[in-house]
Design a protein around this ligand. Structure first.
Ligand SMILES: C[S@@+](CC[C@H](N)C(=O)[O-])C[C@H]1O[C@@H](n2cnc3c(N)ncnc32)[C@H](O)[C@@H]1O
Length: 287
């Protein structure tokens, strides 16, 4: 296990279970936990396992880190968790005995490609939103308001109110969230198969934490949680097993500029390489 730290942001290179078992993160010290674990669907995390021998083994493993994460959460803390659609019912059943589940969120996205030809392709990922104490938790509804599209746009009057008044132009989002997935050409893209969008993390962090709060992400990947947390002046802890993704985090959170003599720079995308070359050698890619 290796810990990097700068200005209230910790990156821990190690196995989530081991780190959570150790006392590196004190119990009851975290305000918000966002968990986006391997989904047990065989993704390529550069050599890190995303397929267990059986679904039961995957669930047993998941329950272990869930319990440890709950231990880290303070008494007014919030807990968001994702997994594949087929495992979420098990997570839900397990967690409803340990936390208060307040929302079952659907992150919905579109795709120009065909997902499946003989059944309905998967176009969403589920997120459970839970709190430790439903009488005392952070929910900054004013910080996540969205445009109210129906009544307000048409300047309708709400006659249910006394006296009648115009519909509100803003509202608190419901539990279906539409955000595009992170695609190669997007500025935020990193080389990772299940990077979560900045906008998704912004909503979660704004709603369920305040400036200075501590946010933990035990499966940090490209460290989107830390990146957004830093932007929003929270403190963050990210755990990641894969050295390559740790390097992405160190660069993204600006903890280090180089590691073991290697400069931590964002690799150019293929079209950026092409543009750079065609600037140097005009006409090179014209045909
Ligand atoms: C679904 S991805 C997280 C993506 C992340 N939310 C993002 O926005 O980039 C899961 C991550 O967990 C990491 N991982 C897998 N097993 C781990 C373990 N035992 N401990 C820590 N990290 C692990 C994988 O390398 C992968 O990057």
């Amino acid at each position: 296990m290796q810990l990097f730290e700068k200005n209230g942001h910790q990156i821990i290179h190690g196995d989530a279970l081991e780190v959570l078992h150790s006392k590196v993160i004190p119990d009851h010290s975290v305000d918000l936990i966002f968990i986006d674990p391997p989904y047990n669907i065989g993704k390529d995390f550069k050599g890190i396992k995303d397929k267990w021998k059986s679904d039961e083994e995957y669930l047993e493993w998941s329950y272990k880190w869930m319990d440890l994460c709950i231990q880290k959460l303070n008494k007014s803390g919030s807990f968001y968790i994702m997994t594949a659609t087929q495992f979420m019912p098990y997570y839900d059943l397990y967690l409803r005995n340990k936390l208060n589940i307040l929302s079952r969120i659907v992150w919905s996205y579109d795709s120009s490609g065909v997902q499946a030809r003989k059944y309905y392709g998967s176009m969403y990922e589920p997120i459970l939103y839970c709190v430790k104490n439903k009488e005392n938790y952070t929910f900054n509804s004013d910080d996540i308001l969205i445009e109210a599209k129906t009544g307000a746009k048409r300047k309708l009057i709400d006659y249910r109110k006394n006296p009648p008044q115009l519909y509100n132009t803003k509202k608190i989002p419901g539990n279906v969230w539409e955000y595009p997935r992170v695609r190669y050409r997007m500025e935020e893209y990193e080389d990772h198969p299940s990077q979560k969008p900045i906008l998704l993390m912004e909503r979660i962090i704004r709603a369920s934490s305040n400036e200075g709060d501590v946010i933990l992400d035990p499966f940090a990947g490209t460290f989107t949680t830390s990146f957004v947390g830093q932007k929003l002046k929270r403190r963050t802890i990210g755990i990641e097993l894969n050295n390559e993704y740790v390097k992405t985090g160190l660069r993204r959170i600006e903890i280090l500029e180089e590691l073991n003599g290697e400069k931590l720079e964002k690799p150019l995308k293929s079209y950026e390489v092409r543009n750079a070359h065609s600037d140097l050698i005009p006409g090179l890619f014209d045909q």
